[in-house]
Write a protein that binds this ligand. Sequence first.
Ligand SMILES: [Mg+2]
Length: 348
Amino acid sequence: LALIRAIRTRASRSALRTKETAGLHLGIGDDCALLRVRSSEEIAVTTDLSIAGRHFHFDWHPPEAVGHRTLARGLSDLAAMGARPVAAFLSVGLPQELMLKAKKGATWFERYLDGFFDLAKSTGTPLAGGDLAQSPLFAADIVLFGAVRRGRALLRSGARPGHLLYVTGSLGGSAAGLIRLAAWAKENRSKFGHAKESKKKGAEAFASVRIPKKLAADLAPHLTPQPRLTVGQVLSRPGLASAAIDISDGLSSDLAHICEESRVAAEIDAALLPLHNAATLEQALHGGEDYELLFTAPPNVRVPRTIAGIPITRIGRILPLRAGRPTITLLTPQGQQPLQPSGWQHFA
Ligand SMILES: [Mg+2]
């Protein structure tokens, strides 16, 4: 009960100003939350699971990053549809040791909430409810409600042959960061280790992952990806994007989703891809969790070079689907080759 009270206080503090304008009429405290969006809008809903060992590792990821990523994954789906966030609902299965205080400072779960609420605040996403239960495994289920102008949501199915293909920001930074993170965790295993391997007691083992300052910039694309909410809302204005998706599984996989839903083929030019400065071409093509937006626009549309300060890069075009031709073709200096969708194997 004390924990729920603490979360409620933080929820109301972090979203005091944004609550009403976002469309959350009644937040935590009643049997249900009440949402009021404009009559010109429709509601976008998305859910995501974050499970320990599957979506993050206790001995790799600082708890703040786990909290940030829980919310970022859902917000990125809203961004892909052109929706603005209205309210978040967070349900957590929580092992007892994550609520134990480490010698210095906060519990793992308090630090998880720090990361969650930092992003909630910066994106104007009020936490409107959820559930909490003791569990042998940490699992967080996030449900996000967004609002989008009626009939204006960006779908995966709107790409047509001749449309051009664009991406926001840079690609591969998250995959490159994950490899750095894994290497760093291996080097430092003796310092904190996984709870099972650690000689330290539970609370210390779980709460002690802190990323050194010199690594922070390299790991940021992986640990604290920024959902492209403003870009998505701009792209959903009439006469801009024709289809969109967020890059959660990797460019090759997410482009395949657009092709499948739009019944088209696509061609991307390796030389045009905006590689993150630490990333390889392979990571840019198949590395997931960049949470950039991949979108299409008709060729006559003037797509801005930046939207809300985020660079926009043209990377290819949409082609008609033809029997015997690959769905996605990659153009390289050595010629063209079929590109198989192969998402990043998270912890392989
Ligand atoms: Mg998505």
